[in-house]
Design a protein around this ligand. Structure first.
Ligand SMILES: [Zn+2]
Ligand SMILES: [Zn+2]
Length: 116
């Protein structure tokens, strides 16, 4: 497959300034979190900080544990969340309805950490 991996993202990272904030589906518990595709900053939801400006959870020495179940967000079966998964994630839908979040479709910078 030469086609770039598709991901849904919700803006760009305020921490590194360049990375798209992708919606990442945990392979362990199925939770959708926000993962910067550049610096691996992680946010669990948009609830307390809709602009993702502060307090991310960072990757630790190459590992990126899910904040909910501690499964790796990098290793399979974790993946960039599909649209139907995003549609079924309450915090995303609440933020969309509140107008604090916008989901866009784009290409992942790091296809090697994706699956399929
Ligand atoms: Zn970043
Ligand atoms: Zn998890």
């Amino acid at each position: 497959m030469s086609e770039k991996r598709r991901m849904y993202y919700v803006g760009f990272c305020r921490i590194c300034g360049t990375g798209p904030l992708g919606l990442r589906e945990c392979g362990g518990c199925g939770a959708v979190v926000v993962l910067c595709d550049e610096c691996d900053a992680v946010w669990t939801d948009a609830g307390t900080n809709s602009d993702f400006a502060a307090k991310p959870l960072f990757a630790q020495e190459g590992e990126l544990p899910c904040p909910h179940c501690e499964a790796s967000l990098i290793e399979k079966p974790s993946r960039w969340a599909h649209k139907k998964t995003i549609d079924a994630t309450p915090w995303v839908q609440e933020a969309l309805q509140a107008g604090t979040l916008e989901v866009k479709r784009g290409s992942a910078l790091s296809p090697e950490i994706d699956e399929e």
